[in-house]
Design a protein around this ligand. Structure first.
Ligand SMILES: Cc1ncc(COP(=O)(O)O)c(C=O)c1O
Ligand SMILES: [Zn+2]
Length: 416
């Protein structure tokens, strides 16, 4: 335990870890796999009474939902990046273009390091403190590395993050500017991830909290805040259709968990919602399994998509994504690089939101399904933009001046 922490329960309402496969429960600790069956562990809670008023009186960050997260009650007073409470944009123009009457964009590019990853990392930092870790680490497809660097800097922790060496230049800069160590590995994300698993077992990785490996049960809970915010910003109701990006599948599974918790707590009415997973065609193992009607995800060995942040060939939560998509009446779909580029521009042109390629994937899937008549155009629909277009500039490198002229009215007139 860090000596500076006040003696509040470090995990707030969290009660224990439970196995998603066999239900076996274990004490809250820095473990992520079930000792009985090696299934993934997730956090179970003993929630007290939580009211809409109590939440609304909280800070304009994910900490307004602290009573629903594995964090200490005084978390908002600690040095964190204070992520979340990003805008939910009523997308009239995009809706009109695609045929939706009630479309919203949840724009998570507004987070401190410009992606939804600040949410998950903020929770992992609290777990790192509780377990006495002094270095924060991760394997990353880009955004997570930057989020870890920034959060560690704020929290006074060391950081050392690992990325595949072929990432976008902008993401590499963001991952290194906060002063921690950044190690680029010549390999795919899945190879970087395997390397991190080895490091955890080695004395080199002692006292290291890998946010998405040994702190994964805590980290993953941060994505629930996307669900909470969307419901609250819609006036305490659930959407009817939601399009979510899928890399490991963690965000999608936790958005579903968040919605179900709100229902259980009586904070929203129990209305049906369809969850739609979105991937880039060059790395679409979950979409492929969905289309093949099978439960087993066949890993993609060499991802090849401009949506590099979603390029996880062997997604840990893939089977749960399939289950949620099928159970909710949703689907999993993928889009090509060309469709991703077009969707980034479409969102920018219609709503003034510049998404990274992952946002091009969700908007592209929304368009693809709408064009095919596979979504209800009248349903309350939310599409998630999980990152900032300034981090994937190459994807729209054909954008530039519509004219280059001498500084004269005549020259300008000639361009019209
Ligand atoms: C911008 C962005 N969106 C979505 C995701 C998907 O996250 P998950 O691994 O939770 O599916 C990532 C993951 O790296 C990301 O960087
Ligand atoms: Zn188990």
């Amino acid at each position: 335990m860090s000596g500076t922490l006040s003696p509040v329960a470090p995990f707030g309402p969290a009660a224990h870890l439970s196995c998603r496969e066999c239900g076996h429960t274990t004490d809250l600790g820095p473990t992520f796999a079930c000792e009985e069956c090696f299934g993934p562990l997730e956090i179970s809670y003993d929630f007290g009474t939580v009211t809409r008023e109590q939440i609304a009186a909280g800070p304009a960050s994910i900490w307004r939902y602290a009573p629903l997260l594995p964090v200490p009650a005084d978390v908002a007073t600690r040095p964190t990046t204070n992520p979340g409470w990003t805008r939910l944009v009523r997308a009239h123009h995009l809706g009109r273009e695609l045929g939706f009457t009630n479309l919203h964009v949840k724009d998570d590019s507004g987070n401190p390091t410009h992606s939804f990853k600040d949410r998950v990392v903020a929770i992992a930092v609290q777990a790192a403190h509780a377990f006495g870790y002094t270095t924060l680490s991760c394997s990353s497809t880009g955004n997570l590395a930057g989020a870890v660097g920034a959060a560690a800097a704020r929290a006074g922790l060391d950081s050392c993050v690992f990325i595949p060496s072929n990432l976008e230049k902008e993401k590499i800069v963001v991952a290194s500017v906060y002063g921690g160590r950044l190690v680029a590995i010549d390999g795919t994300y899945d190879e970087v991830n395997r390397f991190c698993s080895e490091l955890i077992g080695d004395e080199l990785g002692e006292k290291w909290g890998f946010v998405n490996v040994n702190l994964r049960p805590y980290y993953a809970e941060g994505s629930k805040t996307l669900a909470y915010e969307i419901a609250e910003q819609l006036g305490w109701r659930l959407p009817e259709q939601i399009v979510v990006p899928v890399a490991s599948g963690s965000q999608l599974t936790k958005i579903d968990k968040g919605f179900r918790e709100l229902v259980k707590l009586g904070l929203v009415e129990d209305t049906p919602y369809k969850v739609i997973g979105a991937q880039g065609s060059g790395c679409a193992p979950v979409s492929q399994a969905y289309k093949d009607g099978i439960d087993v995800i066949r890993p993609v060995k060499q991802p090849d998509t401009i949506a590099k942040s979603l390029a996880i060939g062997n997604p840990a939560d893939g089977p749960y994504v399939l289950d949620i998509a099928r159970r909710s009446g949703g689907t999993v779909e993928d889009v090509t690089d060309e469709e991703i580029r077009d969707a980034v521009k479409l969102l920018a042109r219609t709503e003034g939101i510049f998404a990274e390629t992952a946002g091009g994937v969700t908007v592209g899937v929304l368009k693809k399904l709408a064009d095919a008549g596979r979504l209800d155009p009248e349903a309350l629909t939310v599409v998630i933009n999980s990152g900032d277009g300034l981090k994937t500039l190459d994807a729209v490198s054909d954008c530039g001046p519509t004219a280059v002229i001498k500084p004269s009215l005549d020259a300008f007139r000639a361009t019209l």
